[in-house]
Design a protein around this ligand. Structure first.
Ligand code: NA7
Length: 546
């Protein structure tokens, strides 16, 4: 019986030893396990809080849940076998299909034998005398390992607003990021949906079809572009197989890890007729490509305003009632400065008889009652179900929940009190042999995630190999490198319009009390990769190795 099998069956507290402990079994954790085990021959254990693999795709089972990257790109590219064996069915993969895919990968690569499920990490402490991490889980499992890698995802800690009376509601309350395994029946139900980010925008049309009544409580109107989802044709599926190398190269050279890059043209310099024709064509194609129809959308306020106005006009054409259309029209932030949703019939949903939009910016929720919600002006909205699509404590939230303590019992929460400080998003000073996958300070949420994940995972794997080959004990980000990199992340964002949305979760502004620091690295995945490669090529310059 292996250590892990013993651990799975044991009831008493026991400590097990591994070379590496990886926290999380989503896209990142699965590939990290594969890389370290198969390429480096290390003894790796993955700890996962859920009952199965999938990470964010395990929990986000809400109606309409779908990825906004295109399916033939939202998958692993490290394995030609998997690329050739797996076939996606639609332009954008649905949550069930992604979960099936990740289960398939885990089986195909024989990963599950090294994953301990139902193990939520409660603390992770660096033990100086041992030169190891001691990671404990809520069920009492204790792991000692030389390296610890957090692969906990950027959008995995649900943000459930603490509204007065939340506990008094007698119906059902759901958060989209903690959706139950069993399907939820909305038939004959009056549903309140709070939140109009990517999730609310995906969920509203689907809930509206199933429920008796849907009331959407909107705090901020959002830009959204039609996804134009559709089944993938047999011709595309065949062509894709023959063109894998092409897709790989296109994604590697692009800024966002998608297989396209904005052409070298500025909206502001394009004449009116041509720009209208380009924008209309891009609207018909749909999806995240829309934003990439010009190169200056996030750089030039005037260009952005033209594109924003184009979308506002589309909203006014899609929504029949002019008052509702106006309420749905974003006017407080430039397009793309908050995460841009893509949708299937979102705006059209408000033309349904059973759907109502309520503005809770001018008239906030006062309290939740047993049978509905009361707003500031005393208006009562009855409901049997409340769905919170209120997002996540993004990027840093799930890492801080691990209870990480580094050298001299320094808490990560204290080091990040004024915002996350990392070098390349991968390492933190004072936390030796700890690596963060798609952490704050890396491109992560601004990209097609699997590309950012593969880059991080491979870089960390190569780095560990470097340390092991040299017989070194520790690697740790240098303090000055972390300071410099964190300033650089902010400076790069300041060159764009990204800081113009002062209430985005990129800035942590959705969580009360969270420091307002722009967390993802916005210079582009291609430039980031070059910087990481340069650090590696220069003996991990910026890290201290002992
Ligand atoms: P988001 O993008 O954070 O959206 C959350 C929505 O919930 C947004 O409309 C928020 O309004 C609203 N919200 C948040 N807190 C509250 C409170 N307290 N009261 C009322 N409304 C609130 O999360 P999503 O899940 O939609 O998307 C996250 C990512 O997941 C997405 O980008 C994809 O990558 C997948 P606000 O705009 O803050 O005023």
């Amino acid at each position: 019986m292996s250590n892990l099998e013993k651990q799975k069956t044991k009831s008493s507290k026991e400590t097990v030893n591994y070379d590496v402990v990886v926290i999380g079994a989503g896209f990142s954790g699965l590939y990290q396990l594969y890389f370290l085990r198969e390429k480096l021959g290390l003894n790796v254990l993955v700890l996962e809080a859920a009952e199965g693999v999938g990470g964010t795709w395990y929990w986000n089972r809400y109606p309409g849940a779908r990825c906004d990257s295109e399916s033939h790109t939202y998958c692993y590219y490290f394995s030609d076998e998997i690329l050739n064996e797996w076939t996606w069915s639609e332009r954008y993969p649905s949550q069930p299909e992604i979960l099936e895919y990740l289960n398939y990968c885990a089986e195909r690569l024989d990963l599950k034998r090294d994953i301990c499920f139902n193990q939520r990490v409660s603390s992770a402490h660096w033990v100086e005398s041992l030169g190891k991490w001691r990671v404990q889980t809520k069920t009492g499992l204790e792991v000692l390992s030389k390296y610890m890698i957090t692969a906990v995802g950027c959008l995995s800690t649900a943000n459930l607003p603490q509204i007065n009376g939340l506990g008094t509601f007698s119906g059902k309350i759901y958060h989209t990021g903690q959706w139950p395994q069993k399907s939820v029946n909305f038939e004959k139900k009056s549903v309140i949906l709070v939140g109009t980010g990517s999730t609310g925008i995906q969920a509203a049309p689907v809930i509206a079809k199933a429920a008796k009544k849907l009331t959407v409580l909107q705090r901020t109107a959002n830009f959204s572009v039609p996804a134009r989802n559709a089944p993938l044709s047999d011709d595309f599926k065949k062509r894709f197989r023959n063109e894998i190398e092409f897709w790989r190269k296109e994604m590697l050279k692009s800024r966002h890890g998608h297989p396209w890059t904005a052409p070298p043209r500025k909206l502001v310099e394009t004449d009116e007729d041509e720009r209208a024709s380009i924008l209309n064509m891009a609207w018909r194609v749909g999806g995240l490509r829309f934003r990439e129809s010009f190169e200056d959308i996030l750089l030039d306020a005037h260009s952005n305003e033209i594109m924003s106005e184009f979308i506002r006009k589309k909203i006014s054409e899609l929504v029949r009632d002019p008052e509702t259309a106006e309420l749905l029209t974003p006017r407080d932030h430039p397009f793309g400065t908050k995460r841009p949703p893509i949708d299937t019939n979102y705006f059209e949903t408000y033309n349904r008889e059973n759907v109502e939009l309520v503005d809770i910016r001018s008239n906030p929720i006062r309290k939740i009652l047993s049978n509905g919600v009361e707003l500031d002006d005393n208006r009562f909205i009855g409901a049997n179900v409340i769905v919170f699509a209120t997002g996540f404590d993004a990027m840093s939230g799930s890492i801080l929940k691990l209870g990480i303590q580094g050298r001299e019992k320094t808490k990560l929460a204290d080091v990040w009190k004024e915002g996350p400080k990392t070098f390349l998003g991968l390492g933190v000073h004072g936390f030796p042999n700890m690596f963060v996958i798609t952490g704050p300070g890396s491109p992560s949420v601004l990209t097609n995630m699997p590309r950012a994940i593969e880059q991080n995972v491979e870089w960390v794997g190569d780095c560990i190999k470097y340390i092991e080959d040299r017989g070194a004990n520790t690697i740790e980000a240098d303090k000055a490198s972390c300071e410099r990199w964190t300033k650089h992340v902010t400076a790069v964002a300041a060159e764009t319009l990204l800081l113009n949305a002062n209430h985005s979760w990129y800035l942590g502004a959705n969580i009360p009390g969270k420091p307002r620091v722009f967390m993802p690295y916005s210079a582009g995945l291609n430039k980031y990769r070059a910087k990481c490669d340069n650090v590696a090529a220069n003996a991990y310059n910026g890290f201290l190795i002992n």
